[in-house]
Each structure stands twice: as structure tokens, then as C-alpha cells.
Write a protein that binds this ligand. Structure first.
Ligand code: AP5
Length: 213
């Protein structure tokens, strides 16, 4: 967990490559649904574009279904979920049903000015089978505006505009930060400083990881 743009997706995909387990980003699942124009996508589009959270019951259905699939059996990294107190309860129920538990909850932190810099410079590949994430300064594509992997034209996410970034930060403080306290009280929260380049952050994160038995 961590503020919008702190680097959750960047670190989770490195961890997925290292650990060989599923990376489950609720943001990516919802964006794919919007792009594909599914019933879920139509329900969530306006929430996402305004910077609000999508209703908990919709997210609960998505997570319950996704974690029940075969490819989640070997383990999973949750990125962007849970992010409300009610979603913590939803996750508790899903984990109990699957007879599994979390190894740890990692809270990435960086100053707000750095967050705004990361979000405003982010460019993403819109091809849902690729989805590579770039940054104009810290991780530019080899050829300006073009994805290195699949040659699609890179785009800016619709929620990466100044007004929506401000709203997302407010939503994070009001609705998501309180869950850090819950996991702290359960003795599961590990705070990781997310300043520095992605490799530096990954080394820090890995050094703090709780090893699964
Ligand atoms: P979601 O997609 O989860 O967005 P977010 O939490 O706002 O996080 P981001 O994806 O913006 O950032 P990130 O932390 O992954 O950073 P990244 O690695 O890309 O959610 C979007 C929306 O979906 C929500 O607003 C909501 O509407 C809905 N939603 C999703 N989950 C939900 C839920 N559970 N409940 C309800 N609604 C939900 O990095 C950002 C940029 O910085 C990139 O350009 C990257 O290259 C760069 N960067 C990363 N690390 C570094 C570094 N160390 N140094 C320099 N640059 C870096």
C-alpha cells in the first residue's frame, strides 16, 4: 500500500518477477474493464476518472473471484487493495475461505512533491496485454512516446491530471491511510521508504520482506 504514484505497481511487478507469484492490481483490472467496455467497466469509469474509489462491493466481487483462480494458489501480491476499512474485512473473509493468510503489509512512503512529480511524468502503454509503465525522467522509453515492448503510442492516464491527482491524494488520506493502523495493530505493517530510484527502493523492500514459510 501507499499513496497514489508512490511506486506500488513498479515494485509489485519487480517482486512478481523475483518471486514468480501473481501480481494482482485492482487498478489494472478496473482499467482493463473500462477499456473493454464490460458491464463492470461501465459501472466504474466515472468513479475512476474523478479520483474517487469504486464501491467496496464491486471490488469485493472482483477480488473474491480472482483470488479463487488456480494461478493464485502459489501466492499473490496485492497492489491497490484493500484501501478502505470495509475492504480489510472483505479481504479477511476471502482469505479465510481460501484458508490462507497475508505474510506482510508493506507501506511505501515518499514526500508529496515527489508523488506529484512521479504522477505527472508517468506515461503508460494502453495495450492491455503489455501495460508497461514509463516515466519521462526516471524511466523514459527508448523512442519518445512509443512503447519499447509493443510499439504502441504511449498515453497519460486520465486520472493523472492535476485536479484528479489532488482528489486521489485526499481520498488516500481520508479512506486508505486508516487501514495502516489496523495492520499496524495486527503487527503486520512494514514501512518502507520509497525515495530514490526503483532499484534502490526494491533493494530496501526486499531487505524488509517477511519470508513465507
Ligand atoms: P490504482 O491504479 O491502484 O492507482 P493508485 O493507487 O492511485 O496508484 P498508481 O497506479 O497511480 O501508482 P503506483 O503507486 O502504482 O505508482 P507507479 O508504480 O505506477 O487505482 C486507480 C483507481 O482505480 C483509483 O483511483 C480507484 O478509482 C480505483 N481503484 C483501484 N483499486 C481500488 C480499490 N481497492 N477500491 C476502490 N477503488 C479502487 O509509479 C508512478 C510513476 O512513478 C511511474 O511513472 C513510475 O515509472 C515512476 N516511478 C516509480 N517508482 C519510482 C522511483 N523510485 N523513482 C522515480 N520514479 C518512479
Amino acid at each position: 500500500m501507499g499513496m497514489p504514484g508512490v511506486g506500488k505497481g513498479t515494485q509489485a511487478s519487480r517482486l512478481r518477477d523475483r518471486a514468480g507469484v501473481l501480481h494482482l492490481s485492482t487498478g489494472d483490472i478496473l482499467r482493463d474493464a473500462v477499456q473493454a467496455g464490460t458491464a463492470l467497466g461501465r459501472k466504474v469509469k466515472d468513479f475512476m476518472e474523478s479520483g474517487a474509489l469504486v464501491p467496496d462491493d464491486l471490488i469485493g466481487d472482483v477480488i473474491g473471484e480472482r483470488l479463487g483462480r488456480e494461478d493464485a494458489r502459489a501466492g499473490f501480491i496485492l497492489d491497490g487493495f484493500p484501501r478502505t476499512v470495509d475492504q480489510v474485512s472483505i479481504l479477511d473473509r476471502v482469505l479465510k475461505r481460501l484458508d490462507t493468510e497475508l505474510d506482510g503489509v508493506y507501506l511505501l512512503g515518499a514526500p508529496e512533491a515527489e508523488i506529484v512529480r512521479r504522477l505527472s511524468g508517468r506515461r503508460v502503454c494502453p495495450n492491455s496485454t503489455c501495460g508497461e509503465v514509463y516515466h519521462l525522467d526516471s524511466h523514459p522509453p527508448r523512442s519518445a512516446g512509443v512503447c519499447d515492448n509493443c510499439s504502441s503510442a504511449l498515453v497519460q492516464r486520465p486520472d493523472d491530471t492535476e485536479d484528479v491527482i489532488r482528489e486521489r491524494l485526499k481520498v488516500y488520506r481520508d479512506q486508505t491511510l486508516p487501514i495502516a493502523r489496523i495492520y499496524g495493530e495486527r503487527g503486520m505493517l512494514v514501512e518502507v521508504e520509497a525515495t530514490g530510484d526503483p532499484d534502490t527502493v526494491f533493494a530496501r523492500l526486499e531487505s524488509r520482506m517477511v519470508k513465507s514459510s
